[in-house]
Design a protein around this ligand. Structure first.
Ligand code: 5RP
Length: 217
């Protein structure tokens, strides 16, 4: 199976978790794109969705699926999103698509976070995927220096301005053995808006497509 077929397969498996759920949180990325296609098939049963990016909002609206403001939606029953890396504790690296801040907000506001990914995203230790950090633009160099002190190699994602008008620094070379501690440490650097470690609020359920099989943990 190709990676796209694996993404599609796991997106379909996520549909079992959103049956009868009135308001669904929707993440960002190529795996979620397939999920939105499946959601469109059951849109008459959905009251609304809360979107994690302008890109996802566009796709949802094009599919005729209502999009609500999180402030009006209240607590979200289920949030479905992809990941760049998943460790055995369901802790994640996210933000490859630069939507990490809104993704983190929706994850925090959700009762159940269902993470969907193809098997290539599973790792024992987070950090091979460069860690995205959303920063206030004027703080970029300062955050980069702080990340060098933590042993990383920060690279400015130059072509990228986030939906919130901020910059992304991707930090290479980290070996994140204590994701909660690293998340807290990076959160404390002045100028950081959000770091793409989802450890303090990990996924609740991970669905991973591995060939014909869906692994759930
Ligand atoms: C976007 C994300 C995505 O969930 C992550 O990058 C995975 O994307 P894809 O499904 O395209 O592999 O965190 O900010």
């Amino acid at each position: 199976m190709t990676q796209d077929e694996l993404k599609q397969k796991v997106a379909q498996a996520a549909m079992a978790y959103v049956q009868g759920v009135p308001v669904i949180g929707v993440g960002t990325g190529s795996t979620v794109k397939y999920f939105i296609n499946y959601l469109a098939e059951m849109k008459s049963q959905i009251e609304g969705t809360v979107s994690s990016s302008e890109g996802t909002t566009k796709l949802l609206k094009e599919a005729g699926i209502p999009v609500l403001d999180l402030n009006d939606a209240g607590i979200i029953e289920v949030y479905v999103d992809g990941a760049d890396e998943i460790n055995p504790n369901k802790q994640l690296i996210k933000g490859g698509g630069a939507a990490l801040t809104r993704e983190k907000i929706i994850a925090a506001a959700s009762k159940k976070f269902v993470c969907i990914a193809d098997g290539s995203k599973r790792v024992d230790v987070l950090g091979s995927f460069p860690l995205p950090i959303e920063v206030i633009p004027m703080a970029r160099s300062n955050v980069a220096r702080a990340m060098e002190e933590l042993g990383g190699r920060p690279v400015w994602r130059e072509s990228c301005v986030t939906d919130n008008g901020n910059h992304i620094v991707d930090v290479h070379g980290l070996h994140i053995t204590d994701p909660v501690k690293m998340e807290q440490t990076i959160n404390n650097i002045t100028g950081v808006v959000a770091v793409g470690i989802f450890a303090m609020r990990p996924a609740d359920i991970c669905l991973v497509s591995d060939g014909e099989q869906i692994i759930t943990f």
